[in-house]
Write a protein that binds this ligand. Structure first.
Ligand code: FRU
Length: 488
């Protein structure tokens, strides 16, 4: 009993991000909304705190903020481990699993090796649930899709395409995304491949997603593609996106081939995809808050890895071009407890208002006005020895997170870094919404135009805040600080 009560109080344990009680987790899987419940499955190794034989762990939420852990949904079997994949509501029982009623179907990768060799074999399989996701039955005729030529062949994300009245699957296939269609989730036909000459290719392509979003009066399709780690690249594993058109067969990106658009400019947002079947066509995304470069070595126990905050994805026009914006979902506001509110604007840091404010679990909403060459921002999780700097360098037009002195970092030489992303503000103003948890910071700039997600491992006692500026004037126009209550 006592040991149980210690859960969620451990050093570095996120207080408002999803983590398994214990053991290893990676990618979010099978995200689907059904009968008032958001399901989150995840790559899970129930017997260790490093990556190992993959299962699907499972949790359910009604608000995407508070989670209830469920039993393991899928375990390895004669076809191998259970790699990443998705889940859908089969509203019209196209699969025939549900006796004419709606039900949940999971589409995932079975991973083993070709008989008598150690060459990886990855094939797509189905499971269905007759009890609203509580337990899962694997389809007898698994696998349903295989390809003997392509070794990396995984992470099916499936959705119903209204215009053509068929299921569509996007699947990572080596350095491209394959698109398949099916009337019944069981029989799949190849439609097209996307990726050659498009975007970044330094690592293997993984975990695709494809969905439609409103773009002013029109609609556009967005494809997410995660890119595996490569030793020559400082960032490690990362996620890119493409905006374009999809006609039910072929996805065409609008970008110049060589253009790369990163979903996140921090280091720790990988393998994320969106929830299926969410009401009002909202597109809600969640990523794995880690990086393959050091994921197996981060200093947490008895669990390893956490998810990002859920974010709503929307397209907004910036300088004549659509960009994918990420907005932390509104239901997080329910966790707020106001700690500080600035009454009048002030020069940073001449009058110093934050002395005496402590917090390791915070949401900070601020707006700055700045001179052209100023650098300014906030230091969080601060003590004499440690600080994480979230700053804007107006000269370079760069938002950055500097975690080089953030706390424990000796588990990987890649960890202590300063990471930056470009964001241009026409009116010399910058809005920041910032979430600080026990072992992470997430920054959303200018209403979600730029997102940065980074792990940090500060001492629990490093809990003060500081405003700073250098090289030019910065004025704080507004500031609110909230304590974020624990979800556990
Ligand atoms: C991405 C990934 C997926 C794979 C899973 C295995 O992080 O490599 O491509 O299905 O992890 O756990």
């Amino acid at each position: 009993m006592e040991a149980k009560m210690q859960h969620y109080k451990e050093k570095y344990r996120p207080q408002f991000h999803f983590t398994p009680k214990e053991k290893w987790m990676n990618d979010p899987n099978g995200m689907v909304f059904y009968k008032g419940e958001y399901h989150l499955f995840y790559q899970y190794h129930p017997f260790g705190t490093k990556w190992g034989p993959m299962h699907w762990g499972h949790a359910i939420s009604r608000d995407l903020v508070h989670w209830e852990h469920q039993n393991i949904a899928l375990a390895p079997d004669e076809h191998g481990m259970i790699f990443s994949g998705s889940a859908v509501v089969d509203w019209n029982d196209t699969s025939g699993f549900f006796n004419g009623k709606p039900g949940l179907v999971a589409v995932f990768t079975h991973a083993d090796t070709y008989p008598g060799t150690d060459r990886p074999r990855q094939r797509q399989s189905l499971a269905y649930s007759l009890d609203e996701g509580r337990t899962w039955i694997k389809y007898k005729e698994n696998p349903v899709l295989a390809d003997e030529e392509i070794t990396d062949f995984r992470d099916p994300k499936v959705f119903w395409h209204h215009d053509t009245g068929r299921w569509i699957m996007v699947l990572a296939a080596g350095q491209s995304i394959h698109i398949y269609s099916s009337p019944n989730l069981k029989d799949w036909s190849f439609e097209s491949a996307f990726g050659e000459g498009e975007g970044a290719h330094y690592g293997v392509w993984e975990c695709p997603d494809l969905f439609e979003l409103e773009a002013g009066d029109e609609k556009k399709w967005v494809m997410l593609v995660s890119l595996g780690d490569h030793p020559d690249v400082a960032y490690g594993s990362r996620t890119q996106y493409f905006i374009g058109e999809f006609d039910g067969k072929v996805f065409v990106s609008e970008a110049d081939g060589a253009d790369v658009r990163w979903l996140d400019e921090g280091k720790d947002n990988y393998a994320g995809v969106s929830w299926s079947d969410v009401e009002s066509n909202r597109r809600i995304y969640m990523g794995w808050m880690s990086n393959w470069r050091y994921a197996n070595d981060i200093p947490t126990k008895p669990w390893r890895s956490s998810m990002t905050l859920p974010r709503e994805l929307v397209l907004e026009r910036v300088c004549g071009e659509y960009k994918l914006f990420q907005k932390p979902i509104a239901s997080l506001e329910g966790l707020r407890e106001e700690l500080f509110s600035l009454q009048d604007s002030l020069h940073v840091p001449a009058e110093y208002p934050l002395a005496g404010i402590h917090g390791a679990s915070l949401e900070i909403v601020a707006e700055f006005e700045y001179e052209d060459h100023a650098e300014f921002g906030l230091k969080v999780r601060k003590s004499a020895e440690e600080e994480t700097v979230i700053g804007y360098d107006a000269g370079r037009q760069e938002l950055f997170i500097d975690r080089s002195r953030s706390g424990e970092s000796d588990f990987s030489s890649s960890f202590a870094s300063r990471d930056a992303g470009r964001i241009v503000s026409g009116d010399n103003r910058l809005k920041l919404q910032l979430f600080v948890d026990a072992s992470s910071v997430e920054v959303f700039a200018n209403n979600g135009e730029l997102a940065m997600t980074s792990l940090i491992f500060p001492d629990p006692g490093s809990d003060t805040l500081e405003l700073y500026s250098a090289g030019g004037k910065a004025v704080l126009l507004s500031l609110k600080i909230y304590t974020v209550n624990s979800i556990w």
